[in-house]
Design a protein around this ligand. Sequence first.
Ligand code: FES
Length: 76
Amino acid sequence: MEARCPHQWTHLASEGVVDGEEIICMTHFWRFSTLGEGCKLNVKGRRDPKGDIEVFPCYEKEGKIWIALEGEDNSE
Ligand code: FES
């Protein structure tokens, strides 16, 4: 996915944490699914939609992670 949170541009590699299948931006706790859908949990567990983040197809091959940028398909 994109490196920066769409809210206030926090870098998710340094200020993000993984929680199950989601990454959480620790600045204001927006969460992003593997599909890039953004939301924030309220105190009662309701998911309020927030800005989405771009995600890229990726796969693991020979111990490395490869991503396909726009228009590429390197999975073969
Ligand atoms: S900068 Fe990521 S939630 Fe605010």
